[in-house]
Design a protein around this ligand. Structure first.
Ligand code: FAD
Length: 436
């Protein structure tokens, strides 16, 4: 960014899918903006890199399904190739159980989830209750409860002891897919879509430009960076709530809004991608899907692009990620290898490449997959953040009415926030034209 002061209509902070989608919407409406991104790339929690074989891999957000219309639409419009995730064959649970037992356990855990989602989030009977405390009260078999814990800690990367039940229900109800959310991934990488979106925006995107302070007054905002400032009529802070809570606002945000942003905590996840000479698990009639009941939050599935690129992805989520991040490279690899060997056979040790990305405590996104509310009393937090402190507005995948915490949610949230801003501009123009 050039030093000095630059003026625009909207200053957007953060070029993840929320910020990029908002920018596209503003551009179509003919509203000028500058999109400031702290990292040297766009995409945020969607990220790609090369593995040890020089192949591009998605080290952040990757999967999607047909039931995610916004993201499907963008990928189709950009001509991306969807690879169907291989799910044929038996899925393995660890410790080992027979296929029938595994089915029973899976359906048992889904029954707990369905029962949970029948509870209204504002039911006074669950006020202050964590998911762990509620689960304890359920009379289901221990195996089903352990599978439920593993599923939820894997999906949300947060310990059940931390999670208010009302918030999990509120979030889970917005995840509306009937089929697998792991249905597809993008051959060219999901990050390539973020790059395409940014390319359309040209010099309105400024990389390696973290916003340090947001000065705001009713007439407008000033986004202060190390190399200069952007003056704008409005700011859209498109970063996760916990990251937003750490930004410096001058004057400070209203106390209620500050508390609402502070009620969130980022999930913890480590994503490992393992390349093999061949998809040996398929030859054994296995799908490559593994769920560990004894290590909640550990999950693997097939992510082979084709028969020449056999691969598994291993997610380490929640409290387990916080423990395993302390292991160091070699011990983490050994831990994952041993678990895969136990689940899929000795061939699992014959890796061509092992790459991983530790997202716990990520500097610019806080963690992953998403932030969740950990203050059981913060029932109005989302509404308060969405109301913002005009001219400062907030958006993030976490705040989406559909698929919060997912890429789909980010695209939806960015579009909604931008349309609200566009409406604000249009009504200001109408008011000044009418002379009132
Ligand atoms: C390992 C992992 C796997 C995942 N897998 C999936 C998946 O398979 N499918 C799926 O749908 N979702 C997945 N997700 C979740 C998904 O990636 C996120 O929900 C989504 O990308 C969030 O987008 P966002 O724009 O709201 O936030 P972010 O992507 O976090 O974007 C925020 C941006 O703001 C920038 N920023 C922060 N502070 C500042 C500042 N001060 N100044 C300027 N810029 C700043 C950040 O650098 C970042 O680019 C995964 C996430 C992770 C971490």
């Amino acid at each position: 960014m050039k030093s000095g002061i630059e003026r625009t209509d909207v200053g957007i902070v953060g070029a993840g899918f929320t910020g990029l989608s908002a920018a596209h919407e503003l551009r179509e409406a003919g509203i000028d903006f500058v999109l400031l991104e702290a990292r040297d790339r766009v995409g945020g929690r969607v990220e790609s890199g090369r593995n040890g074989l020089g192949e591009w891999i998605d080290s952040g957000g990757q999967f999607l399904c047909e039931e995610m219309p916004e993201l499907m639409g963008l990928l189709q419009a950009r001509g991306k190739t969807l690879v169907e995730t291989y799910v044929y064959g038996e899925f393995v649970t660890q410790p080992w159980m027979s296929a029938q037992q595994a089915d029973r356990t899976y359906f048992g855990s889904m029954a707990i989830r369905d029962r949970m989602n029948m509870i209204a989030p504002d039911d006074p009977g669950i006020a202050g209750l964590t998911v762990a405390a509620w689960l304890e009260r359920q009379t289901d078999p221990d195996e089903a409860k352990a599978a439920f814990r593993s599923m939820i800690e894997g999906l949300w990367c947060q310990g059940l002891e931390e999670l208010p039940l009302w918030h999990l229900i509120d979030n889970d109800r917005r995840i509306t897919n009937e089929g697998s959310e792991l249905q597809y991934f993008v051959r060219e990488t999901m990050q390539s879509l973020a790059d395409d979106l940014a390319n359309d925006l040209g010099d309105r995107v400024r990389l390696s430009t973290p916003v340090e302070t947001i000065e705001h007054r009713p007439e407008g905002v000033r986004l202060v960076t190390a190399t200069g400032s952007i003056e704008a009529r409005m700011a859209l802070v498109a970063v996760p709530p916990m990251t937003a809570s750490k930004l410096d606002f001058a004057p400070p945000l209203p106390a209620g809004l500050g508390r609402a942003l502070g009620a969130w905590q980022s999930g913890a996840v480590i994503k490992a991608l393992v390349r093999y000479p061949s998809a040996f698990w398929r030859d054994k009639g296995l799908s490559g899907v593994v769920m560990w009941r004894d290590l909640p939050g550990l999950f693997a599935c097939d992510v082979s692009k084709d028969s020449d690129h056999a691969a598994l992805v291993v997610f380490v989520g929640g409290p387990l990620a916080l423990r395993w991040r302390e292991l160091g490279d070699a011990a983490l690899r050994a831990e994952v290898t041993t678990r895969l060997e136990d689940a899929l056979g000795m061939e699992a040790a014959n890796m061509l490449d092992f790459s991983y990305r530790d997202w716990t405590d990520d500097r610019w996104s806080g963690g992953g997959y998403s932030d969740l509310i950990v203050d059981a009393t913060a029932t109005g937090a989302e509404r308060i953040i969405l109301a913002g402190a005009p001219p400062v507005h907030f958006a993030a995948s976490e705040l989406s009415p559909s698929f919060p915490g997912y890429i789909e949610g980010a695209v939806a949230a960015g579009g909604i926030a931008a349309r609200k801003i566009i409406q604000g501009f249009q009504s200001a123009i109408a008011t000044s034209a009418s002379g009132s």
